[in-house]
Design a protein around this ligand. Sequence first.
Ligand SMILES: CC(C)(COP(=O)(O)OP(=O)(O)OC[C@H]1O[C@@H](n2cnc3c(N)ncnc32)[C@H](O)[C@@H]1OP(=O)(O)O)[C@@H](O)C(=O)NCCC(=O)NCCS
Length: 146
Amino acid sequence: VSSYLIRPAHPEETPAVLRLWRLAGAHPSHTDDEQSIGSLIARDPQALLIAVDGEQLVGSLIAGFDGWRGSLFRLVVLPERRRSGIGRALVAEGELSPRERGAIRITLYAIREETEALDFWRAVGYERDERLVRFVKDLDLAASAG
Ligand SMILES: CC(C)(COP(=O)(O)OP(=O)(O)OC[C@H]1O[C@@H](n2cnc3c(N)ncnc32)[C@H](O)[C@@H]1OP(=O)(O)O)[C@@H](O)C(=O)NCCC(=O)NCCS
């Protein structure tokens, strides 16, 4: 039987969150570091949700609202705890705060080849938007610091 609770992560849990992402094989992202997670929690203490079973972190989700759209990032469940509803519960919880703050739509990015993740998002009520292409630009930190 799966027992866990979902709550916002505390700043001191940042190393455990990074460890979960590594253990769960989450795609490395530019902001997988203590400083980035610390500034996320400082800006929005509700944004980083974790699923916790006793002392163990078993899942995570970043759910934010930028004043325009709700966004989800870093949905990760520990491999040995998958298919027991933790992902679904994290998403349900993550939708609450953007909704309360006025979001009417929530978006997220998924990797095209990761068909299991795509199946998950469909199962929890998200629709694939075929009209869109993602554009990114990496800001040159060295240049702006100089
Ligand atoms: C995607 C992920 C978060 C799902 O977490 P989870 O806790 O296993 O999901 P749930 O148990 O809540 O699943 C809810 C429903 O989603 C669907 N689903 C979940 N995993 C699935 C899979 N591997 N294949 C097909 N459907 C799946 C099922 O319909 C499932 O309901 P069911 O178990 O009653 O059939 C987890 O597999 C994971 O951490 N994957 C690696 C990271 C990742 O891909 N994250 C998403 C990035 S966009």
